[in-house]
Design a protein around this ligand. Sequence first.
Ligand SMILES: Cc1ncc(COP(=O)(O)O)c(C=O)c1O
Length: 327
Amino acid sequence: MTVTRDGAPAQRPPAGDTPAIAQIAYHDGEFVPLEQALLPVTTQALQYGTGVFEGIRAYAQNDGGLAVFRTQDHYRRLLRSSRTLRIDPGHSVEELCDLTAELLRRIGTHEDTYIRPLAYKRALLPGQKPGVGLTGVSDALSVNAFRMSSYTDPAGIRCTISSWRRPSSDALPVRAKVTGGYVNNALAVDEARAAGCDDAILLNSRGQVAEASTSNVFAVVGGRLVTPPVTADLLEGITRDTAVTLAADLLDTPTDFRDLGRDELAGADEVFLTGTGTEIVPVTELAGRPVADGVPGPLTTALMGAYKSVVRGEEPRYGHWLHPVTA
Ligand SMILES: Cc1ncc(COP(=O)(O)O)c(C=O)c1O
């Protein structure tokens, strides 16, 4: 979606990357030049945060093609999130996967790409009174994409423990990827950056680890892999599931889904984050102290390697996670 007057993209790639913005978007049911994918300032989702979105990556494959990673899982989550806000994106999961592949074909890229679908509340229907709400408002869908390679430091990142708590699920539907909810994440990142760190880990209202700003959190504690359960008020990440699966299948390491306290995290042997954007990245400093020896641990390093092979199409066993764009 583009909402700025000068046509600049509303979401920017992380600093340090130099992506070119692809010049085509899917907007209002058609493929249009990106500069035509514009919305009026009266858009309800802009006023009230009533949109849902996804972040999906397409990876250049070692055979020269391009494939979208776990695209069905992302669109299943988009439709679940949409239902929470009474948004009808107007497409099935299969249609969304296909139109995304078509968008990438039209863009003509074979490079690593980030895809941003956004389903949102658009305009009051005729006769409706102005005001915040989920009914009496039209729905819309936009999908745009831009080139984006890996942007996290494989040598490790520095995280704060945020003073902002992750809202509980009785305050916000935290398991849905709702645009308005990201004000919490933005404040946490802003605080972390002001402290000279890369990212923030947020505790939930019970004081247990929830997640990082746009990633899930894992720790190695006493030789076991641990991640907070979905009841810890987190977004159930697709990369989290990938990490759990690869750890079990390839590294013979099961994951314990259980509450994780900040003291346990601080004393962990390894900490890492998982997310579509962040991929798998070691946390080597937490709240001003090194995590263990302050270098990426062996399990994190092995998982990062496995993840890279899978997304590049080097592990036929996980071929079903890759949706090819080019024949
Ligand atoms: C708040 C939050 N938690 C976790 C994640 C990780 O989810 P995924 O692995 O599906 O990208 C994301 C990214 O989408 C996120 O925004």
